[in-house]
Design a protein around this ligand. Structure first.
Ligand SMILES: Cc1ncc(COP(=O)(O)O)c(C=O)c1O
Length: 285
């Protein structure tokens, strides 16, 4: 029987109930995280928890549990559900109250929920590369918060799906920010370039891992703004996320990128990423 977490309890999914007045349901008034599970072990859990607490602070939600308690709960869930390769999703909403836009006058108890899913590494796409589209970034200007409000991201991803594309890359005017659920990198003359950390992007955990790998392996990189033209004329393009790893992009809006096949810098980062993910998640017995 599949288990889920509700507050600090692990229960059967069928028994988990959320109040209809939950502010997450009414307003998307909450925050979330997705952590990768490789080899049955959480990858980069500390970093995800740190981002969760930062997001919570920015929207004035008091997480009622410590980082350690959440990691312990989530680890138990992964074990009980026997997840080998997958994800754990968890969210915290402001809690349940009669619907008013402003915070409820009497203090609400934040509601923590989590579930796991088996999600394979997208080997075929990682090998071949994917096609994506570009679309205007119409989101709010607090994208550094991993908030439940994802309607613009949902609409952008749907636009991509309708064109049989894997992802939608956002640009604000002519500047590329990120994608609907991933960060975007270009490679030009051997230099890896990605948007700097501002409130216009989510600072992806995979993004941070990749930049650290660049640093440790003397791969030249810079965090700076770049244009749609830079994107379209890059030697290589790739996107990163918890579920997509380091995903080569070979076509954008039907225009071939570089040689039309994953480039050497992307390939190098893919194998460095895989090495690190395996090293960090292999249980030593
Ligand atoms: C808007 C956005 N940007 C970037 C990312 C990638 O972040 P991470 O590498 O932490 O999964 C995500 C992940 O869901 C996202 O939703």
């Amino acid at each position: 029987m599949e288990k889920v977490i509700i507050n600090d309890q692990i229960v059967n999914r069928i028994d988990a109930k959320v109040d209809m007045n939950d502010r997450g349901y009414h307003f998307g008034d909450g925050i979330y995280e997705v952590i990768r599970v490789f080899n049955g072990v959480l990858f980069a859990a500390e970093e995800h928890l740190e981002r969760l607490f930062k997001s919570a602070k920015k929207v004035n939600i008091d997480i009622p549990y410590s980082k350690d308690k959440i990691i312990n709960l989530v680890n138990t869930l992964v074990e009980l559900n026997d997840v080998e390769t997958g994800i754990v999703y968890f969210q915290i909403t402001r809690g349940s109250a009669i619907r008013t836009h402003e915070f409820p006058t009497s203090k609400t108890e934040p509601v923590f929920t989590a579930f796991t899913a088996n999600v394979e590494v997208p080997e075929k796409e990682l090998e071949k590369g994917v096609e994506v589209i570009t679309t205007e970034d119409v989101r709010w200007l607090r994208c550094e918060i991993k908030s439940l409000n994802l309607l613009p991201n949902v609409l952008a991803k749907q636009e991509a799906a309708e064109k049989n594309c894997y992802e939608a890359i956002f640009h604000r005017d002519e500047i590329v920010t990120e994608a609907s659920s991933s960060n975007v990198f270009i490679v030009k003359n051997g230099v890896v370039i990605t948007h700097p950390v501002t409130s216009q992007i989510l600072n992806g955990i995979t993004r941070q891992v990749v930049l650290n790998l660049c640093e440790e392996n003397s791969i030249r990189f810079t965090k700076k703004k770049y244009s749609v033209l830079d994107l379209m004329t890059a030697d290589e393009v790739f996107i990163t996320s918890t579920t997509a790893d380091v995903m080569p992009v070979i076509k954008i809006d039907n225009t071939v990128i570089g040689t039309g096949a994953p480039g050497s810098v992307t390939r190098n980062l893919q194998s460095l990423f895989r090495e690190k993910a395996n090293k960090d998640t292999k249980l030593v017995v």
